[in-house]
Each structure stands twice: as structure tokens, then as C-alpha cells.
Design a protein around this ligand. Structure first.
Ligand code: NAD
Length: 339
């Protein structure tokens, strides 16, 4: 365990269990150099406890990098609650988790993530103030989508020479909270949409409301398009799938899109511009971090503009150094976190 923590440069790992509510939770705090660790809370079924701990550690590291490049005074952390086969009282379980967060005296601030909702955050908020994205603060997903939209424009400018998206063809994998909101914005900008989702109802909605062209999930990555926007699960760009791509750029919301950084080098060799995921999808984090500090909507919107500025800087440096934007982003984040 300590070797894993050292490899990930993780500051702290906190575990708790509560037999009364069924809570089994992990809080991984990766780096607090810039401020308290902020990151979502997952509530998912895991094959075993080790996988849950690994997930929390990996995701916490990603949050440090994301906050560092988003220019936020926050560190990176993540919580995982192992979802029990059966729970009598979900509210009580999240309240117990709130009490656990409170014991950390503000070193970790939580937020919604896969499997959790604003209603769960309200339960946590009964016992700690170190919680964001409650029902009164709102869902960060529309803000993530806004940031990705701005990032797609910056990507189009860098790769295709114009940030006018009208007439471009964008393939979106995953029409969930972020993907559907992104599809709406792209449609309004005159983009031709190709879409896939495992949920046929989401696809039907996009076809009916946005004139999108449905593509089977297995075929979407190989669709001919200007920009591929992965907005489903992570790990979709691997040694095998990257050979199928027929796009000029990849720019989407999904976390951990690259199975490994070597995949980014392959994209680079193929002339496919890659928008580092934790840079382009930082809109939700910016929203929850600033909203939690009481910032105005004007200040939040102004800060969101940093996403496309940061991407433009990364693309310029990547071009000058003949390196992948993913490697440039990692080096920039590590300079902020460790130098
Ligand atoms: P979500 O669960 O609401 O939506 C994901 C959608 O992707 C679902 O509709 C699912 O059916 C679909 N999907 C999954 N695998 C697919 C596949 N192989 N092919 C087609 N569709 C597939 O999640 P979300 O909140 O929209 O987040 C989407 C991604 O963005 C995730 O990777 C998440 O970690 C990341 N992200 C989200 C936020 C946010 O604010 N919600 C912020 C940063 C990053």
C-alpha cells in the first residue's frame, strides 16, 4: 500500500467503515500544496476493496493536475464509497460519510461524481460544511459541458484554422449529463452531430431534438469526423482503438481517456490533436470550487475562459516541441505541484 502511495505521490489515504449504515469509504488526498483537496465522491460497486482504493488514488491524482492547470487554489482528492449490495437507508449512509469528512477538518471537500447526486450531498451537508454541489449549489455538469464547448473551439482553431464550428462534423460518444448538454451547444453552433450511447433513449432524443445521426457504439470511434468528443467512460483510447480513428482532433469530457500516455504519442504521430482531458473538462471543478467560496457568476464565467486559453498555450507549446499536448499538460501541472 505504501509503495502504491509513493508511486502516485499521494499525501494521505483515509478509510472508514460503519456497520450501522453499511458505509465503507475511502478518501484519497493527493496533493494540498495549492489548497484543500477537492474532488467528487463515487458510489459504485467494486469487485474488491483493492480496486476501490486504486480508483480513489488514481482519481485523486487527476484532480490535483486538473486544479493546478485550471488555476484554482485547490488540491486534489477523491472519495469512493463502496456500494453495498443492499442499503436500508441511503440518507443515513451519506450522513455517516459527512461525519467522516468532518473529522478531516477541511483538508478534503467533496462533490457529486458517478453514482452520487446533489440529494446525497445534502445529506453530507447535515454534518460538514466541506461539501459542494448540494441541491442549492446545483449540478456541475452543464458547466463542464460549457468548458468542453469552449475547448472544442480552441481545438478547432489550433487544428483546423478557425474556431467557427459551423458545418463541422463532431462525433460524441456518450449523451449523459455532459454529453447531451454539449450536443445541444454544438447543434446551436451549426455542427453536424454523430452520436452514440448505450441508452437508446438518449440517442433517440438527440436524433429528434438535434437532428443528430445515430451511430452504433462500436462504430463511433471509427466514424469520419472533424472532432471526436469522448463523453462516456475513460480508457477508450488504447493501442488498438487509436488506429481506427478518422478524425482531426479528440476533444471531449471523459476523464482518463488515454489508456496510457504512449497512446498520446501515437495520436501525435498520426496528426490527431488531443485535448488533454483534465484541462478541457475542468469547467465543473471551476464551478464547484468557486461557488463553494461564494464567488459570483460573473467571476465564475471569467475563470472558465481560462480553459480555452490554457489549451491554446498547450497546443502552441506542443507544436513548438513536437510533443503530445498530453505530455505538455502533465509537465506544466507537475511544475505547479512539485517545483
Ligand atoms: P453520465 O453517466 O451522465 O453519462 C455517461 C453516458 O455515456 C451515459 O449515458 C452512458 O450510457 C454513456 N456511455 C458509456 N459508455 C459508452 C460507450 N461505450 N458508448 C456510448 N455511450 C456510452 O456521465 P457524465 O456526468 O455525463 O460524465 C461523462 C464523462 O465526463 C465521465 O467520464 C465523467 O467522469 C467525465 N466528467 C464529468 C464531469 C461532470 O461535471 N459531470 C466533469 C468532469 C469529467
Amino acid at each position: 500500500m505504501f509503495a502504491m502511495m509513493e508511486a502516485a505521490r499521494l499525501e494521505a489515504l483515509h478509510l472508514t467503515q460503519d456497520p450501522v449504515t453499511g458505509l465503507k469509504a475511502i478518501i484519497a488526498i493527493h496533493n494540498t500544496r495549492l489548497g484543500p483537496a477537492l474532488g467528487g465522491c463515487r458510489y459504485l460497486v467494486y469487485p474488491d476493496e483493492q480496486s476501490a482504493i486504486r480508483d480513489a488514488m488514481r482519481l485523486a491524482q487527476g484532480m490535483s493536475y486538473k486544479a493546478a492547470l485550471a488555476g484554482l487554489a485547490q488540491g486534489g482528492g477523491k472519495a469512493v464509497i463502496i456500494r453495498p449490495a443492499h442499503v436500508d437507508n441511503r440518507g443515513a449512509l451519506f450522513e455517516a460519510f459527512g461525519r467522516f469528512i468532518e473529522t478531516l477538518n477541511g483538508r478534503y471537500i467533496t462533490a457529486v461524481d458517478s453514482g452520487t447526486s446533489s440529494a446525497d450531498m445534502d445529506c453530507i451537508a447535515q454534518h460538514t460544511q466541506h461539501v459542494t454541489s448540494t441541491t442549492s449549489e446545483g449540478d456541475p455538469s452543464p458547466h463542464t459541458a460549457m468548458g468542453v464547448f469552449a475547448g472544442i473551439r480552441a481545438t478547432a482553431l489550433a487544428r483546423l484554422g478557425s474556431d467557427d464550428l459551423e458545418g463541422l462534423r463532431v462525433a460524441i460518444q456518450g449523451l449523459g449529463h455532459v454529453g447531451y448538454a454539449l450536443a445541444e451547444q454544438l447543434h446551436a453552433a451549426g455542427v453536424e452531430l454523430l452520436v452514440s450511447d448505450l441508452d437508446a433513449g438518449r440517442v433517440r432524443l438527440a436524433v429528434e431534438q438535434l437532428g443528430a445521426q445515430p451511430v452504433p457504439s462500436a462504430a463511433l470511434l471509427g466514424s469520419r469526423c472533424d472532432i471526436l468528443a469522448p463523453c462516456g467512460l475513460g480508457g477508450i483510447l488504447n493501442a488498438e482503438s487509436v488506429g481506427q480513428l478518422r478524425c482531426s482532433a479528440v476533444a471531449g469530457a471523459a476523464n482518463n481517456q488515454l489508456a496510457s500516455t504512449e497512446v498520446a504519442d501515437t495520436l501525435q504521430r498520426r496528426g490527431i490533436l488531443y485535448a488533454p482531458d483534465y484541462v478541457i473538462n475542468a469547467g465543473g471543478l471551476i464551478y464547484v470550487a468557486l461557488r463553494h467560496k461564494g464567488a459570483s457568476q460573473v467571476a465564475i464565467t471569467a475563470h472558465m475562459a481560462k480553459i480555452s486559453q490554457r489549451l491554446a498555450e498547450i497546443y502552441a507549446q506542443a507544436e513548438a516541441d513536437h510533443r503530445s499536448p498530453a505530455r505538455i499538460a502533465d509537465a506544466l501541472a507537475e511544475a505547479v505541484l512539485y517545483d
